[in-house]
Design a protein around this ligand. Structure first.
Ligand code: NAD
Length: 480
């Protein structure tokens, strides 16, 4: 049998108009940061992309002051209709500059261009369009009469969906009438800084959105700032815990979107072809750097061998390599640190007795890469069944009855998402009802829509983003 050879189809970088250096975006303009600058590198080849400023406590203070001024003088005085106009404008500019944003995101994050182009950036625009629509309808959102904004929101986001997480934070905050200081993750600041240019293009009043770059210390200064009224954090559970402690005892409103270890449950009557695609999408989308990734596959014993064999066949066809190549399915791991963590947990998996299988793919010489990997013979007590690996690694466990599947699925400190694959609608409803997870997909996985609330139970955090629920976190009196 002969296979068609793919020819490389790299997306051109020519569309990018990057600066060598980026400052902080405060009060509507870029300005230098007081801290030591750092480099943003491409995880695919470790090459320098741009030099990025670090915001010190004083810079964070200036950003919060700018947000406060903007809140008092302009944003809180605008009608919902006028706020909505700005949000619509931002959404349209994101669409106009979609290709550029997708290339920047793939370059800086390492994710395949087909994902940033077809998933991340379209969802960013959708989020702004959706919340633009809410801005003048807050009275009709079922949140009580005359809902009022909180003031200044301090927001900290992770590196796995840099621009999408920014949209999840900024769109509802502005729609509800708040102003914002946001800190992108230190390994992926680029798309946020291009977004700052979009805000200038949209003529958003100065200070309504401020973007401060830097590492954990900058994030800590922001969430602790006494003039911040609302803290919204997406990231790891340990940092979320620290933030909860820092905010405890203040009157700041807090939402936390943290880690996960989702069960993807495949029953023996499931449509296996679709389930295989869903399993692949569930854990290998975005290199498994997904908080709601289906990282624990629970498969009914009678179909275990068939599912695992077909999964291996399917994974052998995935193309790993240049994130900017339109054929690429698996891009680069975002950082050396993350790669080390994935390697370490995989080593522990083998040591604890699980059986490892990795797709046989050519690993590029430079950059950070990890082949799609499956562990079978996994026990519920293994680290790879309990810890969030946040990489392209699937742990396969088995079950015999629906009751056992539910028990195993809920046997985790997390509770963000889950998946159910079965032919029976009644089983979907019965099982979903007993799963402790914020989002449950049936016969699909990793689907997102701005109108649908997203968030977790237990150590996956609290509060919801998306939908009408996403507004609650940014309004006074409304329970978050
Ligand atoms: P992280 O917690 O290390 O960092 C997240 C952000 O917090 C970064 O911007 C970082 O600079 C900042 N930060 C670090 N220390 C801080 C501190 N002490 N105070 C304030 N800010 C601080 O997480 P990460 O490695 O960037 O992201 C991966 C994690 O994010 C995973 O656990 C993943 O599950 C989670 N995540 C959750 C969701 C969700 O919606 N639940 C979505 C995406 C990612």
């Amino acid at each position: 049998m002969s296979f068609l050879e793919y020819a490389p189809a790299p997306e051109s970088r020519a569309i990018l108009n990057l600066r060598d250096e980026y400052g902080l975006f405060i009060d509507g303009e870029f300005r230098p940061g007081g801290g030591e600058s750092f480099a943003s590198i491409s995880p695919a080849d470790e090459k320098h992309i741009a030099t990025i400023a670090t915001a010190t406590d004083a810079d964070v203070d200036a950003a919060v002051a700018a947000a406060r001024r903007a809140y008092d003088k302009t944003w809180s005085k605008l009608s919902g209709r006028d706020r909505g106009k700005y949000l619509f404008r931002i959404a349209r500019l994101v669409q106009e500059r979609a290709r550029e944003l997708a290339v920047a995101e793939s370059l800086d994050n390492g994710k395949p261009i087909k994902e940033s182009r077809d998933v991340d950036v379209p969802l960013v625009a959708a989020w702004f369009f959706y919340y633009a629509g809410w801005a003048d309808k807050l009275d009709y959102a079922g949140l009580g009469a005359n809902p009022r904004s909180l003031g200044v929101a301090g927001q900290v986001i992770p590196w796995n969906f840099p621009l999408l997480m920014l949209a999840w934070k900024i769109a509802p905050a502005l729609a509800a009438g708040n102003t914002v200081v946001i800190k992108p993750a230190e390994t992926t600041p680029l798309s946020a800084l291009i977004f700052a240019e979009i805000l200038q293009q949209a003529d958003l009043p100065r200070g309504v959105v401020n973007i401060v770059t830097g590492a954990g210390a900058t994030g800590a200064a922001l969430v602790r700032h006494p003039d911040v009224n609302k803290v919204a954090f997406t990231g790891s559970t340990p940092v979320g815990r620290e933030i909860a402690k820092a905010v405890a005892g203040t009157d700041k409103k807090l939402t936390l979107e943290l880690g996960g270890k989702a069960a993807n449950i495949v029953f023996e009557d499931a449509p296996i072809d679709q389930a295989i695609e869903g399993i692949v999408n569930g854990i290998f989308f975005n290199q498994g750097h997904v908080c709601c990734a289906g990282s624990r596959l629970l498969v009914q014993e009678s179909v275990h061998d068939e599912v695992v064999d077909r999964l291996k066949q399917r994974l052998s066809t995935l193309r790993l390599g240049d994130p900017l190549d339109k054929n690429t399915d698996i891009g680069a791991i975002n950082s050396r640190e993350q790669l080390d963590r994935i390697r370490e947990l995989s080593r522990i998996g083998e040591e604890e007795g699980a059986v490892r299988w990795s797709a046989d793919c050519v690993i590029p010489e430079n950059g950070f890469w990890f082949a799609p990997t499956i562990f079978t013979n996994v026990q519920a007590s293994h680290r790879i069944a309990r810890d969030e690996i946040f990489g392209p690694v699937l742990s396969v466990l088995t079950f015999r009855t629906p009751g056992e599947a539910i028990e195993k699925a809920n046997n985790t400190p997390y509770g963000l998402s889950a998946g159910i694959w079965t032919d029976k609608g009644s089983r979907i409803l019965a099982v979903a009802d007993r799963l402790r997870a914020g989002v449950i997909w049936a016969n699909t996985f990793n689907r997102f829509d701005p109108s649908s609330p997203f968030g977790g139970y237990k150590e996956s955090g609290y509060g919801r983003e998306g939908g009408r629920h996403g507004l609650l976190a940014y309004l006074k009196g409304a329970a978050s």
